[in-house]
Design a protein around this ligand. Sequence first.
Ligand code: ADP
Ligand code: ZN
Ligand code: ZN
Length: 773
Amino acid sequence: MKLAQIILDIPTQSLDSAYTYAVPDELVDAEVGCAVLVPFGNRQAIGYIVGLEEVDEADPSAFAALGLDPDRIRAVQRVLSRSYFDELGAACAQHMSEEYIAPLCSCVRLFTPPGGVPRMVRSGKYWRLEEPQIGPVDDRWVRLGPAAEGFEPKRTAVKQKAIVDALASGELRVAELSMELGSISSVLKTLSDKGVIEIESRRRLRGVDDGAARATRQGDRSTAFVPSAKPELTKGQAEALDVISAAQKRAAGDVVLVDGVTGSGKTEVYLRAIEETLGEGGGAIVLVPEISLTPQTVARFRGRFGDTVAVMHSRMSQGERYDQWDLIRSGAARVVVGARSALFTPMPALGLVIIDEEHEGSYKQDSSPRYMARDVAAWMVRERGATLVLGSATPAIETLYNCEKRDNWHRVVLAERANGKPMPKVEVVDMAREFGSGHRSMFSRKLTCALLETIEAGQKAVLLLNQRGFASFLLCRECGFVPECPSCSTSLTYHEKGSVLVCHHCGHKEPVPPVCPECGSPYLKKFGAGTQRVEAELVSVLEGTGAHVVRMDADTTSTKGAHQRLLEEFASSGAAVLLGTQMIAKGLDFDDVTLVGVINADTMLKLPDFRSAERTFALIEQVAGRAGRAELPGRVMVQTYWADSCAIQAAATYDRALFLKDELPKRKLLRYPPYVRMANVLVWGKDEREVERTARELSVDIERTVSEQAGGSWTVLSANPCTLSRLRGTYRWHIVVKAPAGENVSGVLLPLFRKRKASKTVNVAIDVDPHDM
Ligand code: ADP
Ligand code: ZN
Ligand code: ZN
């Protein structure tokens, strides 16, 4: 008897939903990765096959060994789809479910095509199978047939004549013809019976072949598909490629970090590595941060590999994503460039995974399964004997740590820009001093001067307004003092209610001091400003210069294509200033940007998050790399209230070693990654008391589990309200668990969460290796 392990796709909070079913002989196309229909209780459910095995029916012990009763095994009713993933895909889902303590079915779903899976929907008392909303679509194309030559339609056959005339200049889709001519199916039949026309069904690629967009897209394509010339590699690039090639030859899941300054030509290294993979018959997955997945980025890959490049990101429609997914599965696309989720596309013979800007927070998913794409990719390449290439100018501290500690993680350095130009000079502007000398604008005198000079010279400036996180903290406008927790050394969060300062890590509370405890100034104020306010001020700074201001933030980029339009607007203006949030730090590559200003390097530095210094350092380095990329030299200005802070000083001198020398001992002392692994257990719900009670109970359970099963070097910071303790009407608490690096955090906590009964009113989630604290 053939048995299948099936993960049921049922909405449940329980982690395990794997069941064994018999596969009847007639279901010949049941394979691992297929969606199937199975009986479940007194209804039906959809599940995914994650394993198949043959068991000897005549041997009851075989069943007993599996803990099964042969009489009670139910049978799969129908196979609903082709296979979405292979055994290793199933194993990856299993691994993620355990590693991130997430329901198996949510992990399996990552591997299925967008919108392309059947579902069970409830109608009244019954459940009914709903076929996939999205599937392949075919177009019917018409062209002239062999009998077209000399064919003369009757004078009254107006439509026949119109069709034949239209086709004279080439083939057309039936849909396009009927848009012009109305109902034509009988006419088409007559003509095709006579052999005057031929009709053929052909797969349509949504987003690429769509009628309306076709003409312009083809225009797009012809430029995008011009093969780009291959530059001669720099010495650094060649060395990087050697290390990657060696790793690819070993095919043992090595990880290579390309640690290269902005403009050092990391993309060229990726392109060559992909070329090698393709040459060996392998496929490649390239992940880039969602925000930098622009047509330019895609064009760089298409320019080298043409039509074999598929694209996947969340701004595409489900139909478009489905078609790209299908191209990958069929083997027609051998390279996919996409956001985080592209990691789970069914690339046959995967040989290479590339993660560009690997330090980016967007590689961590912030809903279940809360996975980190970088870590899942490392697991995946190991299982598949492929290679992972990570690239960044500011690698994550964890990545640098792994390169030191692990034999199969290698780091190669590209210290210089590919065009040999120096990195722009970075000036730090001390805002506390500006404030002290009576200057109250968000734009320091220095930055104002530099802006005016840039505009006068007909050049461009980029201004970054740092807006990460909305936790608010207090800041002394005079000396830059920020109240911190005495035991956690993260800044205290300001709570309007009760006017208190709270540490969200340990719960420490203190009243808001009336004046700055450091310098006695009364200007102890909440920190933060919106882009709109800054824009208004910028416009007045630039008054009379005629400079064009482009604002780019969540508001102005909410519509499809807006991001692109704004960038084009900026590019096509002469003297102009682009003002934006973090999203501008990436992928901007304009030759005439000569000034980059960071209006407030601080909001991030003082966020109550252990990564805030690292993020500040990275952001400044990234944004600095946007200046002076071509002939004109660039300069960078960083406004800050903490001009002496190590993160800012080190970033200004491009001195990562200096930054790490300051940061690593702190991480070690305060027990943060990379020296420990953390898990953040979140508890939330509408009822404040119930949330608190659940969190406290859970915290006791966790403490017990940890003390029974883990070493004494683990710590549990018991239940506390989150930084954002109230969000959209829900109350949020959390429990933080810290374990020594390399320990199996999930393994220890998993049984506890497996056992937990789901509650209808209080939600519990666990975030292993959290990105935001
Ligand atoms: P990074 O991704 O490291 O920031 P890019 O890949 O964007 O750098 O490269 C920066 C610029 O240098 C690009 O315009 C690219 O075309 C160019 N470039 C890359 N490699 C070379 C090379 N070997 N010779 C000349 N120019 C190069
Ligand atoms: Zn002060
Ligand atoms: Zn604290």
